[in-house]
Design a protein around this ligand. Structure first.
Ligand code: AP5
Ligand code: MG
Length: 228
């Protein structure tokens, strides 16, 4: 009799522990923002992400960097990715999303928020991300003229000791075409959660607007978490 009673108490304790853990996870998920960073090649996505990381300590996941890491590994898959990237086209979403998903899973426990830089690049990427990973809280779209973007990439290439394979005029033109073909559909689909920012300005002026948008998301997240 005493043994059964003890077992019941243990079971109840285990259930309560599980509930507390589920609640902690729900709170954590509600608190951690996911922000998509959109914009054409060279518009300044990486530059603004670096500033966001500095201020908020978020985890910066650039789809381009994850793909370049895979290329640098010298694997067969890397060689296939390199060919697509050198053509200025889009790598298959299965590849990109699985790299992103793995990186998110690795950082989840300790992250204060995720910046998903260069994703989605076409509408279905967004849809699949929200189904397989989590809904995005905000999309920041850095709007910039093609002339400015080309100038910025060429200047970056000239100043850098390690030039990116896709930072040449032919591939830049192809990257711009890919961007032009896909972006309107993304902006239409995610209009309610997208903030378009004029990226033709000084880096710090752009960042002021970025900060306002992120602070707003963080405030909403805190309110939601308080209701969990
Ligand atoms: P990715 O690496 O993402 O390249 P990208 O989108 O072409 O953009 P960049 O990284 O070149 O530019 P950025 O916007 O980060 O600008 P940055 O801050 O460096 O993708 C590469 C390839 O990978 C794709 O083409 C595709 O093949 C593949 N890929 C990636 N994601 C994919 C996906 N989701 N699906 C399928 N395939 C995918 O700034 C550029 C320069 O400008 C710097 O020198 C900077 O100092 C300067 N600068 C920045 N802001 C300013 C400012 N406000 N004023 C003056 N200068 C500025
Ligand atoms: Mg970049």
């Amino acid at each position: 009799m005493l043994f059964m009673c003890h077992q019941k108490v243990m079971k109840k304790e285990a259930e309560e522990k599980l509930k507390a853990e589920e609640l902690r996870r729900a709170r954590a998920a509600a608190e951690i923002p996911i922000i998509w960073i959109l914009g054409g090649p060279g518009c300044g996505k990486g530059t603004q992400c670096a500033k966001i990381v500095e201020k908020y300590g978020f985890t910066h996941l650039s789809s381009g960097d994850l793909l370049r890491n895979e290329v640098a590994s010298g694997s067969d898959k890397g060689r296939q990715l390199q060919a697509v990237m050198a053509s200025g086209g889009l790598v298959s979403n299965d590849e990109v999303l699985s790299l992103l998903n793995d990186a998110i899973s690795r950082a989840k426990g300790s992250s204060k928020g995720f910046l998903i830089d260069g994703y989605p690049r076409e509408k279905n990427q967004g849809i699949e991300f929200e189904l397989r990973v989590a809904p995005a809280d905000l999309a920041l779209y850095f709007e910039c003229s093609e002339d400015t973007m080309v100038q910025r990439i060429m200047a970056r290439a000239a100043a850098s000791s390690v030039k990116r394979d896709d930072d040449n005029e032919k591939t830049i033109r192809a990257r711009l075409l890919t961007f032009r073909q896909n972006t309107n559909a993304i902006l239409e689909c995610y209009e309610p959660k997208t903030l378009t920012i004029n990226a033709e300005r000084d880096v710090d002026d752009i960042f002021l607007e970025v900060v306002q948008a992120i602070d707003c998301v963080l405030k909403k997240k805190q309110q939601n978490a308080a209701q969990c």
